[in-house]
Design a protein around this ligand. Structure first.
Ligand code: AMP
Length: 192
């Protein structure tokens, strides 16, 4: 099962992707997580990505295309994977098509979580409050200003991917404002 999750930051992509990893026994490949790991490890990629990420802007296509292509080659991706946060631009989607074709594999579905943007800012604030209450560390780009920039980046650069994947017949749209369980059930129905 090879899937992509589309949707603005805070739409619940990560939550749903995690549930599917358990169901299908395939990994969730979050480029955000991979980049944050690179920043934490102080690698060259991490050093180049940090300022861009903190500003809520997009890291270069070359960097993310390469980390995804390498990650897909890992043995744990043999039965499939869930891409979360990638592709984020039409050029990245085109690059992914080439990467997958080069490996002789293709996508099964692209699931888009549709959400109300105003409600997302509230969700982000709740996520920060919950993380702080649980004694966790808040992401350096989880503040209202950077979050709004991430939403703008999404609207301008990532939203056009719906049309891109609709034209391939692989796009499935789900109401991301529903409860986590309802969204999970709907995705389960799509993939059954
Ligand atoms: P996320 O955890 O998916 O919200 O990603 C956090 C940040 O990592 C984004 O705001 C970008 O700066 C960077 N990032 C993650 N995925 C990508 C991608 N596919 N293309 C460019 N930048 C990305």
């Amino acid at each position: 099962m090879r899937l992509i999750f589309l949707g603005p930051p805070g739409a619940g992509k990560g939550t749903q992707a995690k549930l599917l990893t358990e169901k299908y026994g395939i990994p969730q490949l979050s480029t955000g997580d991979m980049l944050r790991a690179a920043v934490a490890a102080g690698t060259d990629v991490g050093k180049r990505a940090k300022a861009v990420m903190d500003a809520g802007q997009l890291v270069s296509d070359a960097i993310v295309n390469e980390i995804v292509s390498d990650r897909i080659d890992s043995p744990d991706c043999a039965r499939g994977f869930i891409l979360d946060g990638y592709p984020r631009t039409v050029p990245q989607a085109e690059a992914l098509d080439r990467i997958l074709a080069g490996k002789g594999i293709s996508l099964d579905a692209v699931i888009e979580l549709k959400v109300d943007e105003d409600a997302l800012v509230k969700r982000m604030e709740n996520r920060v409050a919950e993380t702080v209450a649980a004694g966790g560390t808040v992401r350096s780009d989880d503040n209202p200003e950077a979050f709004k920039r991430r939403l703008t980046e999404y609207r301008e650069k990532t939203a056009p991917l719906s049309h891109y994947y609709a034209s391939t017949g692989k796009l499935r749209t789900v109401d991301g404002m529903a409860s986590v369980d309802t969204v999970t059930a709907e995705i389960g129905g799509i993939l059954a």
